[in-house]
Write a protein that binds this ligand. Structure first.
Ligand code: HAM
Length: 422
C-alpha cells in the first residue's frame, strides 16, 4: 500500500489552500465588475466533448486525457480544461439565445496526464472565464485586459503579454497547407513527431519545445502575413483597443496555443522565473466551437489561468496572502469544573463574530497559555470558579501578560473593543 498522493497530484495544505481561496475571492470580486456569472460544469464529460472540442490531434486529446469506461460502458473523461464543457452547458441550457451575450466564469481542478515538474501537475487548478455571443474585437481586448488586470490585482509584476491571430476558415486552410509543405521540406531537421505533424496537424509544430524544431519553425511562414481582410481588421482593432487601455503586448506570430478550437485572437501571459512552464494564463477566440457541438453559430472567447504557476510567481515575488485570524481569543479554564462555562463562552464569542479557541485536551492552565501563544491569540479569557461567582472573567493580553477583570455580561463587546484597539 502506497500512502502517498498519486504522482502529479498534491494535497493542498492549509497555506496553499488559503492562497487558492484568496485567488478565487480576488477573481470573484474582479470578474463581477466585468459582468461575469459563475457556472460549474461536472468534473467529467462524455469523452467526445473534449475529443471534438479540443481536437483529436492535440497533445491533450491524443496523450493526456484521463479517459475510462464507466460501469455503464460509456467513455467518460476527467476534464482537461473547462471551455468545451462551458460551451456544451451553454448549448444544453440555452444560455446564449441568438442576439444575447453570456459571461461565465468557473474555478476548479483539471486533469492532464503530463510529465510532472514544477508548475506542471496532473491535477491542477484553473480559473476560467468565457464570453459567448460577442463577435466584436472590443470583447477580445476586454478579455485580455481582464486577465492582465487579474494578475495585477494579485500584485504580480514583470509579466509579458503575447498576442497573435490564428485566422479563420477563410484564411487558415490555405495557410495550413503552406506550413504542411514547409514541414515536409524541412522534415530532416525536425523531430519525428513534428515531421509527422505535417500529416495530422501542421500548426502544432509551432508548439514543439525542442530548440532545433523551434529554430526551423521560427522561419516557417507566419499566419500574420496571410490573414484574410476580415481577420486582419479584427486583429488590428484588438491591438488598437489594447493600445487605448495602455496594455503593453508583444506580437508573437508563432503563438498557436495547444488547443484546436481557436480562431482569430490568441493570447498568453508569461511570467519570469518559471522556466519552460512560464505561461500563467492564456486563451483566445473560438468562433466555431458552438457550431461544432451542433449549436447555432455563436462567437466565443475566453481564458484560463493556472493556480500552481501563479502561486509560484507570487512566492518568488514575495507576495503574501493575508491569513485570517483563527483564534483571536483563547478561552482558558483555570479549573476543570468550569469546563461547561468555558465551552458556552467560546460559542458565544464565535456567535458575536470573534474567532475563539478553547482547550479540548484537558491541558493545565500554563499549557493552555502556551497553546494560545502558538495559535497567535491576542487575548485570553481566564475562567475560574471565583471569577464566575462574581459574574466576571479575567482578560489577559497575551503579548504583555497583563490581566484585568471584566464583567461576563457584555464581554463580547469588551473584547471587540480591545481587538479593535490593536
Ligand atoms: P491552457 O493554456 O491549456 O488553456 O491552460 C491555461 C493555463 O492553465 C495555463 O496557462 C497554465 O497556467 C495552466 N495549466 C495548464 N496545464 C497545466 C498543468 N499540467 N499543470 C499546471 N498548470 C497548468 C486552456 O485550458 C483553455 N481552456 C483556455 C481558454 C479558455 N481558452 C478559451 N477559453
Amino acid at each position: 500500500m502506497d500512502y502517498r498522493a498519486p504522482k502529479g497530484t498534491a494535497d493542498m495544505l492549509p497555506e496553499t489552500a488559503r492562497a487558492w481561496e484568496h485567488m478565487q475571492r480576488t477573481a470573484q470580486e474582479l470578474f463581477a465588475r466585468y459582468g461575469y456569472q459563475p457556472l460549474y460544469p461536472p468534473v467529467f464529460e462524455h469523452t467526445e466533448i473534449f475529443a471534438r472540442g479540443i481536437g483529436e490531434a492535440t497533445d491533450i486529446v491524443s496523450k493526456e486525457m484521463y479517459t475510462f469506461e464507466d460501469r455503464g460502458g460509456r467513455s467518460v473523461t476527467l476534464r482537461p480544461e473547462a471551455t468545451a464543457s462551458i460551451v456544451r452547458a451553454s448549448l444544453e441550457h440555452n444560455l446564449v439565445p441568438p442576439g444575447s451575450v453570456a459571461k461565465l466564469y468557473f474555478m476548479g481542478p483539471m486533469f492532464r496526464y503530463e510529465r510532472p515538474q514544477a508548475g506542471r501537475m496532473r491535477q491542477f487548478w484553473q480559473i476560467d472565464a468565457e464570453i459567448l455571443g460577442a463577435a466584436e474585437p472590443s470583447a477580445d481586448a476586454e478579455m485580455i485586459a481582464l486577465l492582465a488586470r487579474y494578475f495585477e490585482t494579485l500584485g504580480i509584476t514583470g509579466t509579458t503579454l503575447l498576442v497573435n491571430s490564428m485566422g479563420d476558415d477563410a484564411c487558415r486552410p490555405q495557410y495550413r497547407e503552406k506550413v504542411r509543405a514547409y514541414i515536409r521540406e524541412h522534415s530532416e531537421q525536425l523531430c519525428e513527431e513534428c515531421a509527422r505533424r505535417a500529416d495530422t496537424n501542421p500548426l502544432r509544430a509551432f508548439d514543439c519545445k525542442k530548440p532545433t524544431c523551434r529554430d526551423v519553425m521560427d522561419l516557417a511562414p507566419k499566419l500574420r502575413d496571410e490573414l484574410c481582410r476580415d481577420c486582419a481588421a479584427h486583429y488590428s482593432a484588438v491591438k488598437g483597443y489594447l493600445d487605448d487601455l495602455g496594455i503593453a503586448y508583444v506580437e508573437d506570430p508563432s503563438l498557436v496555443r495547444g488547443l484546436d478550437y481557436y480562431t482569430r485572437t490568441v493570447f498568453e501571459i508569461q511570467a519570469p522565473g518559471l522556466g519552460a512552464q512560464n505561461a500563467i494564463g492564456g486563451g483566445g477566440r473560438y468562433d466555431r466551437l458552438m457550431e461544432q457541438f451542433g449549436g447555432p453559430p455563436t462567437p466565443g472567447l475566453g481564458f484560463a489561468l493556472g493556480f500552481e504557476r501563479t502561486l509560484l510567481v507570487m512566492q518568488a515575488q514575495g507576495l503574501r496572502v493575508p491569513a485570517p485570524a483563527t483564534a483571536e481569543v483563547y478561552v482558558a479554564r483555570a479549573q476543570p469544573e468550569v469546563a461547561s462555562a468555558v465551552f458556552e463562552l467560546a460559542a458565544r464569542l464565535r456567535e458575536a463574530g470573534i474567532s475563539a479557541e478553547l482547550d479540548h485536551q484537558a491541558r493545565s492552565l500554563k499549557s493552555q497559555f502556551k497553546q494560545a501563544d502558538r495559535l497567535g491569540a491576542r487575548l485570553a479569557l481566564v475562567v475560574g470558579p471565583d471569577e464566575l461567582a462574581g459574574g466576571e472573567v479575567t482578560v489577559r493580553a497575551m503579548a504583555t501578560s497583563q490581566e484585568r477583570r471584566a464583567p461576563l455580561s457584555g464581554i463580547a463587546e469588551v473584547l471587540q473593543g480591545l481587538l479593535a484597539e490593536g
